[in-house]
Design a protein around this ligand. Structure first.
Ligand SMILES: [Zn+2]
Length: 220
């Protein structure tokens, strides 16, 4: 197969632009228009294939966490990826309690019998029926999972930078700092993918070593 297109060597411009960005960030009076321009220039260098999309809507969609409850009566098959000594990947299957997404669960309130009402002092009990096995689970026995993303997670997308207004004046700098830090993390991952693809195509690395944001150690 003949490749009609080679990924360009962007290493020189990449380091130049990231240098601009870092000095704009180190400036005591941060100009967020400049920083916005710098980081977007850097992002655009990654070519359409590796550029991080800037979209609040897409970000929200990708980062939404589906909380679940575990049915106490049935099990499902799940797997994890395991690697042998030679790095070959295989799937290891195991059984685990069925997890039902919260939005598929109808919580119903069941009246207690008179005796139970007297003993528990509760008129009703909250429960849900497992859509897989039809068994009843009590809400108090099946708490919602409390899944959360780790602080260093990347999603291949970044939300849109806040626009300065009268209402966010006091928090604007902090909001933008959070934004640019997350954006840098995403670009780092995008650049790693770019470097790998470049190496696969050209059989050698780009001419300059890439300065990764997560290794510069100067930020917190
Ligand atoms: Zn079940």
């Amino acid at each position: 197969m003949v490749k009609s297109f080679f990924l360009p060597d962007i290493s020189f411009r990449y380091n130049l632009y990231s240098g601009h960005l870092l000095s704009a960030l180190a400036n005591s009076k941060r100009d967020w228009n400049v920083i916005d321009f710098d980081i977007n220039s850097l992002n655009t260098l990654l070519t359409t294939k590796y550029t991080i999309p800037v979209s609040t809507e897409l970000y929200q969609e990708r980062t939404k966490i589906k909380q679940t409850r575990k049915c106490q009566s049935c099990f499902m098959k799940d797997f994890k990826n395991v690697f042998d000594d030679e790095g070959n990947q295989t799937k290891e299957y195991f059984e685990t309690q069925t997890e039902i997404p919260d939005h598929e669960i109808n919580i119903i309130s069941e009246m207690n019998g008179l005796l139970t009402q007297i003993i528990t002092k509760e008129k009703a009990v909250l429960q849900w029926i497992c859509p897989k096995c039809d068994n009843v689970n009590l809400i108090e026995d099946t708490p919602l999972s409390s899944k959360a993303w780790g602080s260093n997670s990347t999603f291949g997308v970044i939300w849109e930078k806040a626009i300065k207004s009268i209402t966010n004046r006091s928090t604007f700098d902090e909001m933008c700092m959070k934004w640019v830090t997350a954006f840098q993390r995403e670009i780092d991952v995008g650049m790693m993918a770019y470097q790998k693809a470049y190496f696969d195509e050209h059989g050698e690395a780009m001419s300059n070593n890439i300065n990764s944001f997560s290794h510069d150690g100067g930020r917190n």
